[in-house]
Design a protein around this ligand. Structure first.
Ligand SMILES: [Zn+2]
Ligand SMILES: [Zn+2]
Ligand SMILES: [Zn+2]
Ligand SMILES: [Zn+2]
Length: 567
């Protein structure tokens, strides 16, 4: 049935939002009612269930071994080490419950979530990955430390969202092979690059913005196929090297000074309204190879998608976070290799499943937690195919008649994602804080607040001002010191392979902890949000959707005007 676009009022923020006719067709196809929360509130709700980075030391609930986990003690989650979780020493089916028609679905599901043990960290360290204990949402990789949302990488530290690469520190969004990169956002096919953003095919360069096939360049923007350039001007090899040496990038003060100068330099050069390449009929940012896709951010090869972020190859998917190879999935977090995975949280390689957390290799599940290789289960209890069909139809009706009602009066019928007030994560542990709210707003909106973020302070053995400015003067014994972050006071260490990397790449010892460095990169990346704006080139009236909000200082151009600027 063809439907026109319609304006609805968001249950949560009370602002109007539009559901397009294509969207109605999608909801019709996957048989869920249209959303009652606006896209932004839906995204925040999803993000509130996704803790990528906050880690805790606890003990495995089964073997008692000490573990690193994303679940704090106050989360109410029983965390098992990954060996125990995947073993047959326990059985998730034994937690099966009858559905109680006198209670709301979300209330019963929440009880089950708190009972069934969870994997301490979502990684395959010691199974598919090697020597990568401090990682989360991480698979098939080797020798990594503090790496999150990553697959198939090697010797990487302190980085987020990578699908390829080797010998990288402090990188964000790496989609194709890079080696020896430091402090880069979306570098592709690069070798020996530092402090750069959106670069492709570059080497032996630093402080570049949107440059392609450049080598030995420093502080440049929008260059193509250039060598020995400084601030977009050509120099001889000798003069270039002299300039570079004068900036003393082996020192902390030299890097800080260069960063300020570079930030000012790129503020004066125009930017493209969005990083969208090889795509047709798409809106969003950081998109590659997309077709008929709207509001997607950091996604490779999406087709007919809407509101998908940090994902790979989604087809006909709406409202997805950090997923790969998905089709007809809706409102989920890491639903990899799945078809019709609806309201799935870390449930992979499955089809026709609804409302599941950590269920894998399964089919026809409804409201289940921690099942592997199962069919026709509801609240972890086994049914026959016929019983399953009758009972799920009856539950969906009951969810409409007896919805969960949150503390702000919003109702959660069949078709809603999990309420944020039931999340086992605090807002300040999750990626919801990437779109910052004030603490009072957070609490009034029902988000949980984590008061006990694990963080050591006051144990430093060296003051930030006593760290030698140049990496050349740093002895190996620095790996025994404890540092204090100049922004948040958190203690941190430099591990040996990290120290070796800094020496080899002439990089000064960081004065900030990983969390502050990561947050700084997220700000440089722009928010996952679009504004309708007009090209800022005089005389051009082209309009576009951009992640640069109107009050920002950058000069933002349409595709055509930008192409005339690069050289
Ligand atoms: Zn809203
Ligand atoms: Zn264990
Ligand atoms: Zn810090
Ligand atoms: Zn223009």
């Amino acid at each position: 049935m063809f439907m026109n676009s319609e304006t609805r009022n968001c249950q949560n923020c009370k602002k109007d939002f539009t559901i397009e006719s294509d969207d109605f067709s999608f909801y019709e196809k996957i048989k869920v009612p249209p959303p009652t929360f606006c896209p932004e509130c839906r995204m925040q709700r999803r993000l509130a269930w996704n803790n990528d980075l906050s880690l805790y030391n606890r003990n495995c609930g089964l073997c008692n071994k000490s573990i690193v986990t994303i679940y704090s003690r106050s989360s109410g989650i029983n965390a098992y080490c990954n060996k125990c979780w995947w073993s047959d020493k326990w059985d998730s089916s034994s937690y099966g419950e009858d559905y109680d028609f006198s209670k709301s679905f979300f209330e019963q599901f929440n009880t089950l979530v708190k009972k069934v043990p969870h994997m301490a960290l979502i990684n395959d360290d010691g199974i598919g990955s090697v020597n990568s204990e401090y990682t989360n949402n991480f698979f098939f990789a080797k020798n990594c430390y503090m790496v999150f949302c990553a697959w198939k990488v090697e010797n990487v530290m302190y980085s987020y969202y990578l699908v390829a690469g080797k010998n990288l520190i402090d990188c964000l969004n790496v989609m194709s092979n890079c080696e020896w990169a430091y402090e880069c956002i979306q570098p592709e096919n690069c070798y020996k690059v530092k402090y750069s953003q959106f670069i492709d095919g570059c080497q032996d360069s630093q402080f570049l913005y949107d440059c392609r096939n450049c080598s030995n360049c420093f502080m440049c923007s929008g260059l193509r196929n250039k060598k020995y350039h400084f601030k977009n001007e050509q120099y001889t090899k000798d003069d270039y090297e002299k300039i570079l040496n004068d900036y003393k990038l082996e020192t902390f003060s030299g890097v800080e000074r260069s960063q300020k100068e570079f930030d000012n330099f790129i503020l004066k050069t125009p930017r493209k309204f969005a990083q969208i390449t090889h795509s047709f009929n798409c809106t969003g940012d950081l998109l590659n190879n997309g077709k008929n896709t709207k509001n997607c951010f950091n996604v490779q090869s999406p087709e007919n998608c809407n509101w998908v972020i940090n994902s790979d190859n989604p087809i006909d998917c709406y409202d997805q976070l950090s997923s790969g190879e998905t089709s007809e999935c809706y409102e989920g977090i890491t639903s990899d290799h799945s078809n019709r995975n609806i309201f799935g949280v870390f449930s992979v390689k499955s089809q026709d499943i609804e409302y599941t957390h950590h269920c894998h290799n399964s089919k026809y599940l409804f409201g289940c937690v921690g099942l592997n290789n199962k069919e026709y289960c509801i609240l972890n209890k086994q049914y026959t195919e016929k019983e399953y069909k009758l009972l799920t139809a009856k539950i969906k009706k009951q969810m409409i008649n007896l919805p969960y009602i949150d503390n702000n009066g919003a109702t959660y019928k069949y078709g809603e994602f999990y309420p944020v007030e039931l999340s086992y994560f605090g807002y300040n542990e999750t990626s919801a804080q990437e779109n910052p709210l004030l603490k009072d707003d957070i609490l009034s909106k029902g988000f949980v607040w984590q008061d006990n973020i694990q963080m050591t302070t006051g144990k430093e053995t060296i003051k930030p001002e006593d760290i030698p400015d140049s990496i050349i003067d740093i002895p190996e014994s620095i790996t025994e010191d404890i540092f204090k972050c100049v922004d948040c006071n958190r203690n941190y260490r430099i591990i040996f392979t990290e120290f070796e990397f800094y020496k080899r790449m002439s990089i000064p010892i960081p004065r900030r902890c990983f969390y502050c460095r990561h947050n700084k990169r997220l700000i440089m990346r722009n928010p996952y949000k679009l504004w309708h704006r007009t090209c800022m080139n005089k005389g051009c009236n082209n309009e576009f959707e951009t992640s640069y909000s109107p009050e920002r200082p950058e000069i933002v151009y349409c595709e055509k005007c930008y192409q005339q600027e690069v050289y």
